[in-house]
Design a protein around this ligand. Structure first.
Ligand code: GUN
Length: 283
C-alpha cells in the first residue's frame, strides 16, 4: 500500500494560525514579540532563508528586523552588536544566520547570544538543557520533525530511529529529541560502513545528508516512517530531497515530500520559539 504523505505545509499553516491568535493576545497584553536576524555577507541561499523568516514573522503578527553586515565585518563588531541586542528589552529573539565568513568563529558568536534569546536553540546552555530534558528553546528543524511525528500520531517510544547525518543543526539534535521520546537511536554518517544494514532496520528514518536520491526503496524497511530533511537543487532548478520519493513511498507507511515536508515546519518552530521568548518561558 502506498505511504501516507505527511503534509508539512498544511500542518505548518494550521500551527501558524494558532500562533497568530496567540500573538494578538500577547499584543493585547502589551507584549510585542520581536525577532532580530543578523545576516553577514551576501550568500544567496542565506538571503532566501532570511527573507522567508522575515515574511513568516510578519504574517504571524510578530515584528522582526534584519541587520545586514558586510562579509568583511570583524568578529569584534559582530559580538558588540549581539551584546547590544542582548541588552535591548524590546528584542526577544536573536538569530545569526549561518554559515558565517571564515574569519569569524561561529561558536564564539553562538555563545555570545543570551540563552534567553536563543531562538535557534544552538547555545550550549540550550543544548545542555535539551540533553537533560529541561524546558528550553529546541532547534527549529528537529523540533519541527518531532512535532510532525506527534501531530500524525506516529509512535516514537520503543521504535528504532536511524538518523543519517550528524550536523549540529539537524542530525545530532534530532537524535537527542527522539531519544528523549524513548526511541532507540542509531546515528549514521559519512564514515558509516554497511549503511543499508542500519537504514533497512529503521522504523523511523531521518535523512539529513544533502545528496539527492541516496535512499531508495531497497534501503528501507517495509512500513518505515521516512522523514526527508534534504533540500537539493538539481541542474534543472527543481528541488528534491535525499530520498527517491516515488520508490520509497511504495514501501513506507509515512513519508515527507520535498518541498512541502520538513521545510515549512522549520520556520514555524522559529515563530514558536520567538513567542516563547517573548513570554519569557525559558528563564
Ligand atoms: N543556516 C541553515 N539553517 C540555519 C538555522 O536553522 N539557523 C541559522 N541561524 N542558520 C542556519
Amino acid at each position: 500500500m502506498p505511504a501516507n504523505v505527511i503534509d508539512g505545509k498544511a500542518l505548518a499553516q494550521k500551527l501558524r494560525e494558532d500562533m497568530t491568535e496567540e500573538v494578538s493576545q500577547l499584543k493585547a497584553e502589551g507584549i510585542m514579540p520581536h525577532l532580530t536576524v543578523i545576516i553577514v555577507g551576501d550568500d544567496p541561499a542565506s538571503k532566501t532563508y532570511v527573507n522567508g523568516k522575515k515574511k513568516a514573522t510578519h504574517q504571524t503578527g510578530i515584528s522582526s528586523d534584519v541587520i545586514e553586515m558586510a562579509a568583511s565585518v570583524s568578529e569584534h563588531e559582530l559580538l558588540e552588536k549581539i551584546t547590544e541586542l542582548n541588552q535591548d528589552k524590546t528584542v526577544h529573539g536573536i538569530l545569526v544566520q549561518l554559515p558565517l565568513p571564515e574569519h569569524i568563529n561561529e561558536q564564539k558568536v553562538i555563545q555570545a547570544i543570551s540563552p534567553d534569546k536563543d531562538v535557534d536553540g544552538f547555545h550550549p546552555v540550550s543544548i545542555g538543557k535539551m540533553m537533560t530534558g529541561q524546558d528550553t528553546f529546541l532547534p527549529c528543524t528537529p523540533y519541527g520533525i518531532i512535532t510532525m511525528l506527534q501531530s500524525y500520531n506516529i509512535q516514537i517510544e520503543g521504535k528504532h530511529a536511524v538518523v543519517m547525518g550528524r550536523s549540529h543543526i539537524v542530525g545530532k539534535p534530532v537524535g537527542q529529541l527522539l531519544l528523549n521520546e524513548h526511541a532507540t537511536v542509531t546515528y549514521c554518517h559519512s564514515k558509516t560502513t554497511n549503511l543499508t544494514e542500519f537504514t533497512g532496520n529503521a522504523d523511523i528514518l531521518i535523512t539529513a545528508v544533502g545528496k539527492p536520491n541516496v535512499i531508495k526503496q531497497e534501503h528501507i524497511k517495509e512500513g518505515a516512517v521516512i522523514i526527508d530533511v534534504g533540500i537539493n537543487r538539481l541542474d534543472d532548478g527543481t528541488l528534491t530531497g535525499d530520498v527517491d520519493f516515488p520508490s520509497a513511498a511504495e514501501k513506507a507507511s509515512y513519508i515527507t515530500p520535498v518541498p512541502k515536508g520538513v521545510g515549512p515546519m522549520t520556520i514555524t518552530m522559529l515563530l514558536n520559539n520567538t513567542i516563547k521568548a517573548a513570554k519569557g518561558l525559558s528563564s
